[in-house]
Design a protein around this ligand. Sequence first.
Ligand SMILES: *[C@@H]1O[C@H](CO)[C@@H](O)[C@H](O)[C@H]1NC(C)=O
Ligand SMILES: *[C@@H]1O[C@H](CO)[C@@H](O)[C@H](O)[C@H]1NC(C)=O
Ligand SMILES: *[C@@H]1O[C@H](CO)[C@@H](O)[C@H](O)[C@H]1NC(C)=O
Ligand SMILES: *[C@@H]1O[C@H](CO)[C@@H](O)[C@H](O)[C@H]1NC(C)=O
Ligand SMILES: *[C@@H]1O[C@H](CO)[C@@H](O)[C@H](O)[C@H]1NC(C)=O
Length: 410
Amino acid sequence: MKSCRAIPVILLLFAFSSYAQEQQQNRNINSTTRDNIITRDTSSSDKSIKCNGYSEFCSKKYNELAYPGTHNSFAVGDSIASNQNIPVRDQLESGIRFLMFDLHDPNPKNISKVLNDANVNGVAEGIVNSAFQAITDAKNLIKGRSGSSITLCHTSCYLLNAGLFQDTLNIIAAFMKENENEVITVSVENFSNFEIGAVAKDFSKSKVSRYIFNPKNYAKFPDEWPSLKEMVSDDNRLVIFISSNANETEVPWILGQNKFIAETSFENLDSKSFDCKGTFPSSKLTLLNHFKSTEKQIGDFKAYIPKKDSLEQINSEQSILDQANLCAQNNPNFRTNFVAVDYYEKGELFKAITKINNVTFDNSKFRVKSGVSRESKSGVSSKRLLIIQDILSSKWHIASLLIAIASAIA
Ligand SMILES: *[C@@H]1O[C@H](CO)[C@@H](O)[C@H](O)[C@H]1NC(C)=O
Ligand SMILES: *[C@@H]1O[C@H](CO)[C@@H](O)[C@H](O)[C@H]1NC(C)=O
Ligand SMILES: *[C@@H]1O[C@H](CO)[C@@H](O)[C@H](O)[C@H]1NC(C)=O
Ligand SMILES: *[C@@H]1O[C@H](CO)[C@@H](O)[C@H](O)[C@H]1NC(C)=O
Ligand SMILES: *[C@@H]1O[C@H](CO)[C@@H](O)[C@H](O)[C@H]1NC(C)=O
């Protein structure tokens, strides 16, 4: 008899547990239970909740904080077009939260124009053909791996090619999966005239798609940014900006950089000190481009190469705070949001950022891994480039072709 009575109890328990499961699922999409989600994996009291490493940051709105960033985050390795030593995954591990990417199409649109120009410049046909072969090989390699060919390159894909954008997006996604309370911002530059739809597709097809910040989820946006706590609990914690031609109707979650961010000059020659020209209205986020370059003439092409011999000074706390203060002098209610540097492991970027954010700098939070790039791909070494420069004719794309050959035969 007893066992018969047990059946409805079990059914009831079953029904209850599936009800509980459903509730659990709802929780993930129900914003009234935000606080429960944020404590999901921390198991202890509210005090231990941290957003981007600090409990103080959870209640701050996204635009009230400063974020440490890397200029050309992907441009890693031994190349004159490099800006970093440490790959993106390790940048994130050590605390970088603002990343900058240049999007290129590695396949020249008009090969016959390239060949024609090469002949005009008297480059031997055999060399041109080898270069053509190298281009074709690269094209096939990329085609074989993914439907998209949007590639991270600096200056030219023959000079520094860091691989498919999607691969780097997946690296970011892996970090975000393991670090649920981190808010990250990426800024992309549309160098090869990609349609907004193509750029959006790369994001939505990659594993970062579930973390993308969509302003449509926030009724007060753009008058008010959500707090870090909201962004974390909603998993809307990857903010994306594009340098040109955003289209809010078509893709509301790729924000126009010009509309939302005011920035300092990115052409800072080593001879001059950092300035803060332009206007920085308090309605916009701000970006300090805190890196310096040396101008270098290669044929008729002017290259800007990071100034490497005084990075400790350029990336010092004082130098960063000086530029922030200069901006604050000229602009009422100025707030520093993003600071982008070259070779961030040199100097005191994190110290400066914690100072701006009024929190205590804790060295153990910001561990910079030493050693160079396991992600580094086909960078061309400076030495090799110098040799190429010697035999260079005057046109930059010819240099690119020669570099392609050098890369192919190396
Ligand atoms: C969230 O869940 C509660 C309780 O289940 C419900 O009353 C409320 O309407 C839900 N809110 C949203 C935005 O779905
Ligand atoms: C490609 O380049 C060749 C040689 O300069 C030119 O004649 C041709 O019009 C170009 N084609 C396109 C589609 O631009
Ligand atoms: C990139 O630039 C081209 C040309 O200016 C434009 O047509 C395209 O929409 C842009 N794409 C994005 C994603 O900004
Ligand atoms: C933005 O996208 C919409 C929808 O695709 C289109 O109608 C509109 O012309 C686009 N705006 C611009 C400035 O390209
Ligand atoms: C840090 O303190 C300054 C001065 O009181 C204040 O203006 C600024 O908003 C604070 N920043 C943060 C992130 O709390």
